[in-house]
Design a protein around this ligand. Structure first.
Ligand code: 3PG
Length: 212
């Protein structure tokens, strides 16, 4: 799957809802309830970060939840991409982009949403064929103001800003012509996931859903 095709796919996913919840889940028994709450709240596209030993199992469990589209986040290496795909991930998100990672995703047919923040990084991703990128770390890299500046010279690229995005600042990003959706961990905080407070998470998802 070429980077052009990968970006078409990730763009279509990003268009499904204004927010992609970024999930760090340490306990696979929480996966089904968490994914069900998020989908019920109107956020069907989920990013499970590969930052816990349970992450691949979590991806597998969440992939069974009807209506959801489960991807792997924090995908750094070809091996991460392969393990994510084998676990059932339908897309991959990376904080950056390397040639090895891009080639691996192309080879195994896993749509990649690669990260970029500077004009040169965006141009390099464009050269590879990507037109849909993650803008990371969004707030630390200048926030909506920075992203708005990139739309001038690089209007053909769209973004999912992630990193420090909240319910409060999300509208600033979503108002930009080069933003399709945002990503953030605020929807499913650790405490609520650990407690299995699905009502609280579903309610936060509903609030996020109304952002656009
Ligand atoms: C991440 O990969 O950690 C995401 O960028 C989430 O960032 P956040 O916790 O600031 O929402």
């Amino acid at each position: 799957m070429t980077p052009e095709q990968q970006s078409q796919k990730t763009r279509a996913l990003c268009e499904l809802a204004p927010v992609i919840p970024v999930l760090v889940v340490g306990d696979a028994t929480r996966a089904e309830g968490l994914a069900t709450a998020l989908v019920a709240g109107g956020l069907p596209v989920l990013e499970v970060t590969l930052r816990t030993p349970a992450a691949l199992q979590v991806i597998g469990e969440m992939s069974k939840v009807p209506g959801g589209h489960v991807g792997a986040g924090t995908v750094l290496t070809p091996d991460d991409a392969k393990r994510a795909k084998d676990a059932g991930a339908s897309f991959a998100v990376s904080p950056g982009a390397t040639e090895r990672l891009v080639r691996a995703c192309e080879d195994i047919g896993l749509p990649l949403l690669p990260g970029a923040v500077t004009a040169s990084e965006v141009m390099r991703a464009m050269e590879m064929g990507f037109s849909m990128l993650k803008f990371f770390p969004a707030e630390a890299a200048g926030g909506a103001k920075s992203l708005k500046s990139l739309a001038g010279p690089l209007p053909q690229v769209s973004f999912c800003p992630t990193g420090g995005v909240t319910l409060q600042n999300a509208p600033d990003y979503l108002a930009l012509p080069n933003v399709i959706c945002v990503g953030g961990s605020w929807i499913a905080p650790d405490a609520d996931v650990a407690a299995g407070d699905w009502a609280a998470i579903e309610s936060r998802a509903r609030d996020a859903r109304t952002l656009r």
